[in-house]
Design a protein. Structure first.
Length: 268
C-alpha cells in the first residue's frame, strides 16, 4: 500500500502534482496495447491513440552531456512508428532547462499547460448537487462501456479514438476508479480517481455539451474527492482544462504550477 502524503505545503503539493501525473504513464507499462520502454534516463510509451498527448517521453533523471543524443534517439523512435507527435515531460526532480536547447534543435516547441492544481481535502467546498443527478462508481464492463462513450462525447474525441481510449482504460484496470453521472437517468458526465504518489489524482472529467453549465462537472468531481477523503487521503491533484479551471477553483483547488513540457509534431 502506498504511503499517503501528509505534508500539504506548497512544495510538497507541486511535487505530488507531477509525480501522480507521471505515475499514470507508469501504469501503462503492462498494458498489452502500449509499447513501453523504461531506459536509464527516459521512459517512453506509445499508445494506439493518434494524439500527441497519449504518446510520451518522460525524463526520469538528469543526463548531463547526453541530452542531444537522447532527444534524437527518442524523436527517431516515435517518428519511425508513424505517430503524429508526442509530448516530452520531465520528472518532478528533473530540471528542464538543460534539455531545452536540444529539444528545440530537434523540432520541439515548448508548452506550459495544462495548469497543475492541488486541493487540501479538508478545505473542499462542496456545492449543491443538481436536482435529478445521481453519481455512481463504475462497477462492471457494461457500465465502463457507457462511461467510455460518455467521456468520448463530452471530451470531443472522434469515435475511433474514443474506442481506443476505452481500451487503454480497460488495460489500466484497477489502478483507477471511474464515476458516471446520470441526470434523470441519462449518462451525462464522467470522472476518474487515480490514487498514486500519496495523493488522489482526478482525471477524465467530461460533461456532455447539452448538460454543461449546471454544476454537473463539479458534482462528479466532488463525488470522487469524497471517496478519496474516506480512503484517508489528505490532498487531491489534477491538471485543468481551460473550461474547468474556474470550476476547480470554486471547489478549493489552487493553481500551483505549470505542467512544463515540449511537443514534437510530425511534418504534415
Amino acid at each position: 500500500m502506498q504511503t499517503i502524503l501528509t505534508d500539504t505545503s506548497e512544495p510538497a503539493l507541486v511535487n505530488a502534482i507531477k509525480a501522480n501525473f507521471h505515475a499514470f504513464f507508469d501504469a501503462l507499462e503492462h498494458a498489452p496495447s502500449v509499447a513501453f520502454e523504461r531506459g536509464e534516463a527516459i521512459t517512453r510509451s506509445r499508445t494506439q491513440l493518434a494524439h500527441p498527448f497519449f504518446q510520451s517521453a518522460i525524463v526520469t533523471r538528469d543526463a548531463p552531456g547526453q541530452e542531444a543524443q537522447l532527444v534524437r534517439e527518442t524523436r527517431d523512435f516515435f517518428a519511425a512508428q508513424g505517430v503524429p507527435g508526442f509530448c516530452w515531460w520531465f520528472g518532478q526532480d528533473v530540471d528542464w532547462r538543460p534539455w531545452e536547447g536540444a529539444l528545440r534543435a530537434h523540432g520541439f516547441s515548448a508548452a506550459a499547460d495544462p495548469p497543475g492544481m492541488a486541493l487540501v481535502l479538508d478545505e473542499l467546498t462542496e456545492p449543491d448537487t443538481p436536482r435529478g443527478l445521481v453519481i455512481v462508481p463504475v462497477r462492471d464492463q457494461e457500465m465502463l462501456h457507457e462511461w467510455g462513450r460518455t467521456f468520448g462525447v463530452g471530451y470531443g474525441l472522434p469515435p475511433e479514438m474514443s474506442a481506443q481510449f476505452l481500451l487503454l482504460i480497460r488495460e489500466v484496470g484497477g489502478a483507477m476508479q471511474h464515476y458516471l453521472a446520470y441526470l434523470d437517468g441519462v449518462p451525462v458526465a464522467t470522472t476518474s480517481l487515480f490514487p498514486a504518489a500519496g495523493v488522489a489524482g482526478i482525471y477524465d472529467v467530461a460533461t456532455l455539451p447539452d448538460a454543461r453549465g449546471r454544476g454537473i462537472g463539479a458534482a462528479v468531481t466532488v463525488a470522487a474527492l469524497r471517496d478519496a477523503r474516506t480512503m484517508g487521503y489528505h490532498a487531491a491533484i489534477l491538471q485543468s482544462s481551460d473550461m474547468g479551471f474556474r470550476v476547480y477553483q470554486r471547489l478549493g483547488f489552487r493553481h500551483l504550477c505549470a505542467m512544463d513540457h515540449f511537443v514534437w509534431l510530425a511534418e504534415q
